[in-house]
Design a binder for this molecule. Structure first.
Ligand code: GLU
Length: 458
């Protein structure tokens, strides 16, 4: 049987880090086993789902390089791949369960269910449906009322082996008969997922730990419907550095925000691959990651998403980026020396936006604060700047070789070195004491501008 995995996002928000990691692991596993990776949109929650989120999630997955073999826009003969287009399928399977007495119509009112729940809680019992409509016949059914359909939960233990957590067991008696089709005729999450995973012939379900408690209910449904259950693997939650679950509201918790902040797909993929898994070190491509991927190597304890780790992968990714791609993505154009400097300073930036900022603060209008003005008024600073100008004027081109010769001469002439030599020059050129190498500042702003900035202090 060939492997089929799926990623099943609900389009009720942006694609956040935890879900992107789920998508990645599903795709890596499918590739590792020459299987197929399917994307299914779980949009039965009509009020909270939106087409915009669906479009953005699919766009983000593609941008990350996590393309799929079957999905809403790519037919694989097991569609449709949007739950809102499958409602009649769910209804027909629910009707089959009712016919077989494995599910039943329930006419209990909301008020009754609420009172029941209150009463159970007051008695210290876990709230669950009491089965009042279990044996209702059609003649007992109140007229004019749309029932929900409840699954008749068998009294048994459910055991399965989770790919990450190992042996699991649950007692179904704790569940109560749960709703599979609501009074609005829409399938519940657990029911729709089972029909879809069965009909789409999903062999391996890899999803977040937050779904672990749904799995025994889903296994009961697979059994009742006569479908083989897939194997299940629940991957640990993603926490922020504060050790709390990474919330959707947090900054930089979604792929879209990271993209806007200048992170590259390969940087993000490498960072999220390390959430609960430890592949080889270094920046790896999707093929390398998938050849190494194994469910049994996933960790079963929560993973921490550390933006610093992402930054370091991203820095590596920027270093490996094609030159033309860097210039194009930053909208840059300049002479050869300018481009040379951009390539040279990219290691200082952990995102493309940061790289743009560094270039901007060097080439843009500069301001000299009090500290800069004081430093630049010192006699040794003036001597350095004067010598620098005089030496620089001997060269037509301010490239690396010229720069080294100029600095050598300035050193000799003024007797200054270290910070007393370099700080005045960098202060005069940028208004700041620290920053990128002076030779790159010169390449970025050019010869004429450099001398203009320095002469201001002579
Ligand atoms: N739609 C569910 C979610 O976004 C995923 C369900 C599943 O993977 O079974 O959490």
């Amino acid at each position: 049987m060939s492997v089929r995995t799926r990623f099943a996002p609900s389009p009720t928000g942006r694609l956040h880090i935890g879900n992107a990691r789920t998508a990645l692991f599903n795709r890596l596993f499918a590739r590792r086993h020459n299987g197929r990776f399917i994307v299914r949109i779980e949009d039965t929650d009509i009020e909270r789902s939106s087409k915009e989120f669906e479009k953005e999630i699919l766009g983000d997955l593609k941008w990350l390089g996590l393309d799929w073999d079957e999905g809403p826009d790519r037919d694989g003969a097991k569609g449709p791949y949007r739950q809102s287009e499958r409602l009649s399928l769910y209804k027909s399977y629910a009707a089959r369960l009712v016919d077989n007495k494995l599910a039943y119509n329930c006419f209990c009112t909301k008020e009754r269910l609420e009172a029941l729940k209150k009463d159970q809680i007051a008695k210290g019992l876990p709230p669950r449906y009491d089965g009042r409509c279990r044996n209702i016949t059609s003649s007992d059914a109140p007229s004019g009322m749309t029932p929900v359909i409840r699954f008749r939960v068998p009294e048994r233990e459910i055991r399965f082996t989770d790919g990450v957590h190992g042996g699991m067991s649950f007692d179904a008696r704790a569940f109560g008969d749960f709703v599979i089709i609501g009074s609005d005729f829409v399938a519940s999450y657990n029911f729709a997922v089972v029909i879809d995973d069965a009909l789409m012939e999903i062999t391996h379900v890899i999803r977040g730990d937050d779904h672990l408690s749904n799995t025994p209910r889903q296994i009961l449904l697979f059994d009742a419907l006569g479908f083989p259950a897939p194997s299940f693997s629940h991957i640990p939650l993603v926490l922020g550095t504060n050790k709390l679950p990474l919330s959707k509201r947090e900054r930089n918790a979604s792929v879209g925000e990271l993209r806007d902040a200048g992170y590259l797909p390969v940087g993000i993929v490498n960072a999220i691959a390390r959430l609960g898994w430890s592949p080889e070190e270094g920046l790896l491509g999707l093929d390398e990651l998938s050849s190494d991927f194994a469910l049994e190597n996933l960790s079963n304890s929560p993973a921490v998403f550390d933006i610093e780790r992402l930054k370091s992968f991203n820095r590596e990714a920027i270093k490996k980026m094609e030159e033309t791609a860097i210039f194009a993505s930053l909208g840059l154009d300049g002479d050869e020396l300018f481009m040379e400097a951009v390539l040279d300073i990219r290691g200082n930036a952990s995102t493309l936006s940061e790289l743009k900022d560094i270039i901007g603060y060097v080439t843009g209008g500069i301001e000299y604060d009090e500290d800069a003005l004081v430093a630049l008024s010192e006699p040794h600073a003036k001597a350095v700047l004067r010598a620098f100008c005089e030496e620089a004027e001997r060269f037509d081109l301010l490239d690396g070789t010229a720069y080294n010769r100029i600095i050598g001469e300035v050193k000799k002439r003024t007797g200054e070195k270290g910070p007393r030599l370099f700080h005045p020059i960098r202060y005069a050129l940028t208004g700041k004491k620290e920053g990128i190498e002076i030779v790159n500042i010169l390449k970025l702003i050019g010869w004429i501008e450099a001398l203009k900035r320095i002469k201001r202090f002579l």
